[in-house]
Design a protein. Structure first.
Length: 256
């Protein structure tokens, strides 16, 4: 009989997940048992098992089940893998055009921007994956992209973790100068490092939310072609962004 080899407990668990995900107010054990036409002890055991793996969570009063953190983590992992695969292709494409430049992808990590992929000019074609590397929050172009294009909560978290007067005053002088620069960067669509020939452009997800910055930079001994680097990085970041609405803004080198 077709489907007779399917595991019924798994089918019931996925049905339960589907029903909970569709409910804005969450579901009680009784409500879910009625929806699935199952006995309450059976549903209770399913939910306890799913909760153990964080696929559902129990909260509120009266107590109701909601989708758990593990579901979002799986979705984020899938999205990250897709982004990293595409970013690797784009970074190699950039290196073919600008072999003397290096490229980096930096992603949001709670209260900072952290590099997760790098393609160095000295190691053509080799994608490196930095771990636990901190970017200077107020000078690096990719970190500045987080302050310019990230959500208000990300911007606030960065400034709370990295005191401007400790980390940024020697670069900008005062916060008004930084804020004026960030406003200009939003208009231009990219950020520029304050200490080296480097630029970065924002990458957005399908919900039009900032998720990463794609940066490019030259070594100190290289005569930089910042105009070519800027336009190519902007174009590549636009292709990495999922929304079709993002297009490459006009390039201006008047940022000073």
């Amino acid at each position: 009989m077709p489907g007779s080899d399917l595991i019924q407990s798994v089918l019931r668990a996925t049905d339960a997940m589907d029903a909970i995900a569709r409910s804005q107010q969450g579901l009680s054990v009784r409500e879910l048992a009625e929806l699935l036409n199952l006995k309450r002890p059976t549903v209770n055991n399913l939910l306890r098992t799913l909760a153990e793996r964080r696929y559902v969570e129990l909260r509120g009063s009266p107590r109701r089940y909601f989708v758990g953190a593990a579901v979002k983590e799986l979705a984020d992992l899938s999205s990250d893998r897709s982004l990293h695969h595409t970013a690797a292709l784009e970074m190699r494409r950039l290196q073919e055009k600008l072999p003397q430049a290096s490229f980096v992808l930096a992603e949001m990590m709670d209260d900072r921007m952290q590099p997760t992929m790098r393609l160095d000019s000295t190691r053509p074609g080799v994608i490196q994956r930095p771990r636990h590397e901190l970017l200077h929050p107020y000078s690096k172009s990719t970190a500045l992209a987080g302050l310019a294009f990230g959500s208000a909560s990300l911007q606030s978290a960065i400034r709370q973790r990295f005191s401007f007067w400790e980390f940024g005053a020697h670069v900008w002088g005062d916060e008004a100068s930084l804020d004026a620069y960030l406003a200009e960067a939003r208009e231009l669509g990219y950020t520029v490092s304050r200490q080296s020939p480097a630029v970065a452009a924002p990458v957005y997800d399908a919900g039009n939310h900032f998720v990463a910055a794609l940066g490019g930079f030259f070594g100190q001994t290289i005569e930089p072609d910042l105009e070519a680097l800027t336009q190519n990085v902007i174009d590549a970041a636009g292709r990495l962004s999922k929304p079709e609405t993002h297009s490459a803004p006009a390039t201006s080198m008047d940022e000073g």
